[in-house]
Write a protein that binds this ligand. Sequence first.
Ligand SMILES: CC(C)(COP(=O)(O)OP(=O)(O)OC[C@H]1O[C@@H](n2cnc3c(N)ncnc32)[C@H](O)[C@@H]1OP(=O)(O)O)[C@@H](O)C(=O)NCCC(=O)NCCS
Length: 302
Amino acid sequence: MAASDVAYRPATDADTRAINEVGERAFDDLARRHGWSDTPIDEAGIERELEAQCSLYRHLSETADQFWVAEQQGRIVGVARSIVRGDLRELTELFVLPDAQGIGIGAELLRRAFPKKTSETRCILSTPDLPALACYLKAGVAIRFPNYGFARPPRDAPLSTDLSFEPLTGRKEMLQALDEIDDVVLGHRRTVDHRWLVADRPGWIYRRQGNVAGYGYAGRQSGPFALLDPADFPVVLAHAEAMVARAGHETFSVVVPMMNESAIAHLLGRGFRLDPFFSYLMSDKPFGRFAQYIETTPTFFL
Ligand SMILES: CC(C)(COP(=O)(O)OP(=O)(O)OC[C@H]1O[C@@H](n2cnc3c(N)ncnc32)[C@H](O)[C@@H]1OP(=O)(O)O)[C@@H](O)C(=O)NCCC(=O)NCCS
């Protein structure tokens, strides 16, 4: 394939299926290259994954700032998308089909979806794929820390605490409280993401003596969690795990910034296993208090 055959254009709703297939095939190839998986994904696997994540993909499409595809003779071979929340631009996806990699498509998509000249802080949750890292480092972001998944079958064993747990709803006052926690922990607001998260998975706001102490989401997929005091991670993770066990899910898994010592000590102490797949948080400047944070799964945005 020649780079000169490739055209770039903004994505449309009609591209949804093809774009998601590019993401699944590129990720599957990466997983097999790294030994995280040994069975190639088939059509049925792609359909299952699309169905499982269709609400997330719709949310990202509806709230994207830049959303580009690369096309060769009518076939979509690459995709890149970024979202802007407050003063943070996040790259949510960059994927090129395995047979189209290595000829400059990824770098060109990145230039369009994740421009260097922008006033926002720029951030990526990157796979450890070497071409991806090379593209990102050249685009001016640096590795800040790795994130690892921790998982196990959930147990219903909450810890005693003075925190109270109130189920999250999309009520205005509640979204306002979540925004205020994000101001402190991440340094920006993302109300549209909380609206989507509240509809997608169970969540709770944590209070101590009536004062907001943090929030967390846990269900078929879990995260994000943000706490004003990281010492509360054992209690909120034990509560979240118990809720996931009671809902009958087979696994409780969370993706943790590796400087979140409070969460890591709790999870390893309870027998959680580290997942071999990991990601890096990359950004063009330091931001956020990630010892007080656990990321959203699946790993598309913070
Ligand atoms: C990451 C990805 C999108 C890149 O797309 P691509 O079209 O292959 O990328 P390009 O050809 O534009 O650029 C790759 C760059 O990596 C460089 N590169 C590759 N391996 C490298 C290595 N080991 N060390 C240094 N540079 C390396 C290449 O030289 C090239 O840079 P150059 O054009 O300046 O020479 C694609 O490889 C992919 O889909 N990977 C799997 C999915 C993934 O992990 N995506 C990232 C999600 S966060």
